[in-house]
Design a protein around this ligand. Structure first.
Ligand SMILES: Nc1ncnc2c1ncn2[C@@H]1O[C@H](COP(=O)(O)OP(=O)(O)OP(=O)(O)O)[C@@H](O)[C@H]1O
Length: 398
């Protein structure tokens, strides 16, 4: 589903890489937390996954595509199979809840009939059935985030990427969002979520990939947040004062786990700039793994097909099994309507696209009119057991 091979990302003007020789593989159906201190590289990972950015070194495969070779013309088609949720929701303020969700489908050329059926269904799923006519500013933060999730999943993505989706929400609302994400994952969608929400990570006991200064220090199944993830900002030295930008007890609170992580980072490459002491409060957390990182390998993955009765082992999108971009037809007409063009520009911003390519409507998909339960795969699936497909879609598509 996702494979990073020796990925290094260094932003222009920075002295150390944001990601440094990162290797991991995420298989279909997994729920993976990306954790680590602020600045450790979580968002950079997610940006690389949606091809918003490219690595300096290494290769990235997502949904069977080598992102290093995919042409920019085909990137929108690749992104059709991704849902993305951000901390700050990124809703279109001048559109209703319904239209915010419908917009995703309009852009990819779904029929009006399909949209009229799919949007109410997905709003019901996220608990917003009665709020379709509201505007974002008329919603609470949690409701806005549920709209963002509805928008991300309405096109039944195989992969949902979430960057601190609970970052602006209170604990109770966050719990609702996490329950929703867990349900979406149970329907077969792979989820990768960057978060600082230690309580949820500890509670949910999913796979955890932990970054320290751009390097993976832990990759563990059924894991908690860990202590090193609470390390403070990497590179957080104030350039004016030369002091750490952090407040609170620092040196006294440096944990053994923090020291181990730093020693590990230093041993494997140059010491990252400005890695300073921890402010971890000392609240009881699961012990951090000592020694070399335990990387979860494909061979260690549980068989989703054999171990799960209710979960579809295939991604929500059948067509993602074999995304072959060469088979994608040429893009049709550019939108002529100025309003739509503005809106499409906004959609590009949702993905963080900062280039100014011509705005184009994508062609409709065939066989779009299937029931919402089938589209979202939220019902029990027995068919998959009968016809298991263990291909994880990692690696180049020939
Ligand atoms: N566009 C950019 N230009 C230069 N440096 C960047 C850019 N984006 C990120 N960085 C740097 O790369 C490093 C990793 O940043 P990234 O946003 O990936 O961290 P993060 O773990 O997601 O942090 P947070 O938890 O605060 O969101 C940081 O040192 C950051 O300052």
């Amino acid at each position: 589903m996702i494979r990073f091979t020796n990925v290094t990302k260094k932003y222009a003007g920075t002295s150390r890489p944001a990601l440094n020789g990162v290797d991991f593989e995420i298989l279909r159906g997994e729920f993976v937390f990306l954790v680590g201190a602020s600045g450790s590289g979580k968002s950079s990972c997610l940006r690389l996954m949606i091809k918003e950015d490219r690595p300096n070194i290494g290769s990235i495969h997502v949904l069977g595509q080598d992102l290093g070779t995919i042409s920019s013309r085909k990137v929108p088609f690749f992104r059709r199979n991704l849902g993305v949720v951000f901390q700050d929701f990124r809703l279109l303020p001048n559109k209703t809840v319904f239209d915010n969700v419908a917009f995703t489908l309009q852009v990819i050329g779904k029929s009006r009939g399909f949209i009229q059926e799919a949007v109410p269904d997905v709003l019901k799923m996220v608990g917003l059935a009665g709020k379709a006519a509201r505007y974002p500013h008329e919603l609470s933060g949690g409701e806005q985030q549920r709209v963002a999730i509805a928008r991300a999943i309405v096109n039944k993505p195989a992969l949902l990427l979430a960057d601190e989706p609970t970052g602006n929400l209170d604990p109770a609302t966050s719990a609702g969002i996490m329950a929703l994400l867990e349900r979406i994952n149970a329907s077969g969608t792979t989820i990768v979520m960057a978060t600082h929400a230690a309580d949820f990570v500890d509670r949910m006991q999913k796979r955890v990939i932990e970054l320290v200064a751009g390097q993976i220090v832990r990759d563990e199944r059924e894991a908690g947040y860990g202590q090193t993830a609470a390390l403070p900002v990497v590179g957080g030295l104030n350039p004016v004062t030369g002091q750490t930008t952090l407040s609170g007890p620092t040196s006294a609170a440096i944990s053994a786990a923090a020291a181990a992580a730093r020693a590990q980072a230093a041993a494997s490459s140059e010491m990252p700039d400005g890695l300073v002491g921890a402010t971890y409060s000392g609240v009881a957390k699961p012990p951090v793994r000592q020694g070399p990182p335990r990387v979860v390998t494909a061979a260690e993955q549980p068989s989703i097909i054999e171990t799960t009765d209710l979960v579809a082992p295939k991604p929500v999108f059948d067509e993602t099994d074999e995304i072959t971009m060469d088979a994608v037809p040429e893009l049709p007409d550019v939108f002529a309507d100025a309003d739509d063009a503005d809106d499409l520009g906004s959609l590009d911003q949702l993905f963080g696209m900062n280039d100014s390519k011509p705005i184009q409507r994508l062609p409709a998909e065939p066989n779009a009119d299937v029931p919402i339960t089938e589209r979202l795969r939220i019902q029990a699936q027995t068919r998959a057991k009968e016809n298991p497909d263990t291909d994880q879609n990692v690696g180049p598509v020939s």
